[in-house]
Design a protein around this ligand. Structure first.
Ligand SMILES: Nc1nc2c(ncn2[C@@H]2O[C@H](COP(=O)(O)OP(=O)(O)O)[C@@H](O)[C@H]2O)c(=O)[nH]1
Ligand SMILES: [Mg+2]
Length: 252
């Protein structure tokens, strides 16, 4: 692990991203070169059947601020947790490999543009956000899912599933120290715990460009989130999200 503390960590979960990731890393590199602060990029791969690891390693050799971690078990939640806990930055950003949100918009999640927050969630629904090219049925499915999330888990947010979110180092260490969902329910889970903790959570309207080359399976992954929401509620009742990061040993 790096001994220095970068200002920003960009955490990229990557599954079968040999085609999208190299271009995204180039764009991030170009963007970071123009910023006044230090940054690192943490890529966490798992379960790929392609050359994601090799292309990332090749990029990291030329760009030492890029670190790669490989997890054996599957799941975006698992990858993001590993990345958030391996990261060293004062601010830690989840960033989907497709850069559906142009990387320049990351400045909206950092001082001086954004202040006084613990968690800042990119939103495709907040006033001022714009979705480009999204098919109607995908948007509708997202709205239905959000409605279910609001009914069953967390109220007050119009878009918990967006793959672009900023955490302060303290919030990241705390939240990812206790969250447990390995799949895509991790988004709902972290916002759920953050709200229970009384964290300052802001929604940041973003420009978001639909990429038809998605890793998500619409029906299967939606059902997966619903199952994980049920688990989140169970975990809360069992006290697994207690402050000290010491889940009770009773697994009953
Ligand atoms: N490490 C890892 N990343 C994943 C997994 N599933 C999805 N991702 C990543 O999560 C991000 C979101 O996937 P994407 O295809 O953009 O989904 P969509 O925009 O929600 O349709 C991408 O960076 C994927 O590579 C997984 O099982 N492991
Ligand atoms: Mg995407």
């Amino acid at each position: 692990m790096s001994t220095e503390t970068p200002y920003l960590s960009i955490i990229i979960p990557a599954h079968n991203e040999e085609h999208r990731l190299p271009g995204s890393l180039e764009k991030i590199d170009y963007f970071l070169a123009g910023q006044p602060y230090d940054a690192e990029v943490v890529v966490v791969e798992n379960g790929s059947h392609d050359a994601t690891v090799a292309v990332t390693q090749a990029f990291a050799e030329r760009h030492p601020y890029v670190r790669l971690f490989v997890e054996t078990a599957r799941g975006k939640g698992l990858a993001v947790r590993r990345g958030m806990l391996e990261a060293c930055g004062q601010y830690r950003f989840i960033c989907d490999a497709d850069l559906s949100m142009p990387i320049e918009e990351i400045s909206k999640f950092l001082p001086p543009q954004l202040n006084d927050f613990d968690v800042a969630i990119g939103s495709r629904e907040a006033p001022g956000s714009v979705r480009y090219d999204e098919p109607y049925h995908r948007h509708l499915m997202g709205r239905v899912l959000n409605w279910i999330v609001k009914l069953t888990a967390v109220r007050g947010f119009e878009d918990t599933q967006c793959g672009f979110k900023m955490f302060t180092a303290a919030a990241a260490e705390d939240l990812f120290g206790v969250q447990r969902m390995g799949g895509i329910g991790f988004d709902v889970e972290t916002v759920f715990i953050a709200k229970k903790r009384g964290y300052r959570i802001l929604e940041v309207p973003i420009n978001w460009y639909f990429d038809p080359d998605s890793r998500m399976k619409l029906v299967q992954d939606t059902l997966h989130i619903l199952r994980e929401i049920w688990e989140i509620r169970q975990n809360w009742r069992r006290g697994y999200y207690a402050l000290q990061n010491t889940p009770p040993t009773d697994e009953s």
